[in-house]
Ligand binder design. Structure first.
Ligand SMILES: C[S@@+](CC[C@H](N)C(=O)[O-])C[C@H]1O[C@@H](n2cnc3c(N)ncnc32)[C@H](O)[C@@H]1O
Length: 333
């Protein structure tokens, strides 16, 4: 072969190779931007005890925390900035190898959806709610990414939109719901009150992230274009202040007032635990069957007159101040 044709061949090879690399790059970009599903470019954990192989008894909170950090290959702000792996570990450990159904409100670029897909390798279904800013957001109500991963577009403060999601999943509830959406305190309570009963399975966990906004007490504070009103410690625009009331409604049996509730629709009556941590709150839903006896006991045993019974004088005064709506609430249900 003459020198010039060898040269031509080499140029041709270089051109094809560059074209191949460039199109892979474009495909890769498109993939990262629009499809929050795992790709082979991010290998799964290869250590001996992959999450699929672990037994429940082996999943300690510390291990779940480590798994969470490992799963955040795409560097969502959950571990990088918020250190949520530390708080999430104890809450999510029991779900690690289960075929979970998870819904996350707030999809910016899909990084956290990928984290969930890795953290729960046996997941049945993972859904995200995107709205406003973010590359993963689109105009249509629903976008199937794979048969197990779906993206809905709409506001968490719109009950019609939320009811459409429920219809779309045929009323099938979720095990884990994460609110990483607007972070507006009244939106956080609105969505909790709307979803806790209808969307969350018994034994499931509901997480509100980024309650930091509840402490933004500077006049004019806002996020994603929404005003943050009446926030601050001790204020009624504070989601943590609102949820502190659940600590008392969990003990309503001891107050001899089984109807005492501080959340719309009595959703606090469906809670078994509430955990406050740094910048987030976890609420677990009762296993109704397990709780039947415990609730029967509070109604029937704690009502026996005895010198142990509370006078309720303080309680009756407290109750009149304990029930209030979070500032800004625009309830449409
Ligand atoms: C903190 S980012 C979520 C980050 C996300 N977990 C991720 O890693 O991609 C919050 C997202 O919630 C969106 N958002 C704003 N208002 C919302 C609303 N009313 N309902 C739902 N999401 C909203 C914002 O546009 C933003 O994309």
């Amino acid at each position: 072969m003459c020198w010039s044709s060898r040269f031509q061949q080499r140029i041709c090879f270089l051109l094809c190779h560059s074209l191949f690399l460039y199109s892979s790059f474009l495909l890769g970009q498109r993939y990262v931007v629009y499809s929050p599903q795992l790709s082979e470019e991010h290998p799964k954990c290869t250590c001996a005890c992959t999450p699929q192989n672990l037994r429940s008894s082996e999943v300690t909170p510390a291990l779940a925390t480590a798994r969470f950090a490992e799963a955040n290959i795409d560097k969502s702000d959950k571990t990088k900035y918020h250190n949520y792996h530390i708080m999430y570990g104890p809450a999510l450990g029991p779900f690690l190898q289960k075929p979970v159904r998870l819904l996350e409100i707030g999809v910016n670029n899909g990084k956290s959806l990928k984290l969930w897909q890795r953290l729960f390798p046996n997941h049945e279904f993972i859904a995200g709610v995107g709205y406003g800013s973010g590359t993963a957001v689109q105009k249509s109500f629903k976008r199937m990414l794979t048969d197990k991963h779906v993206l809905y577009t709409g506001s968490q403060a719109n009950s019609e939109f939320l009811s459409r999601i429920l219809e779309d999943v045929n009323g099938k509830k979720f095990d884990i719901i994460v609110d990483d959406g607007s972070h507006v305190p009244w939106h956080q309570i609105f969505t909790l009150e709307y979803m806790f009963d209808k969307f969350l399975n018994d034994g499931g966990v509901y997480i509100i992230e980024d309650v930091e906004t509840s402490y933004w007490d500077r006049p004019g504070a806002s996020l994603y274009g929404y005003p943050i009103s009446n926030a601050g410690i001790g204020k009624q625009g504070n989601v943590v202040e609102k949820l502190k009331g659940v600590a008392d409604t969990l003990n309503r049996g001891m107050l001899l007032d089984p109807t005492f509730s501080i959340l719309h629709g009595n959703v606090d009556h469906l809670m078994s635990h509430i955990t406050f941590s740094q910048n987030c709150v976890f609420m677990n839903k009762k296993h109704q069957e397990d709780w039947k006896q415990a609730e029967h006991n509070t109604v029937h045993n704690y009502h026996n007159p005895s010198n142990m019974e509370p006078t309720r004088n303080d309680y009756l005064q407290y109750k009149s101040t304990a029930i209030w709506d979070i500032s800004g609430m625009e309830r449409t249900f």
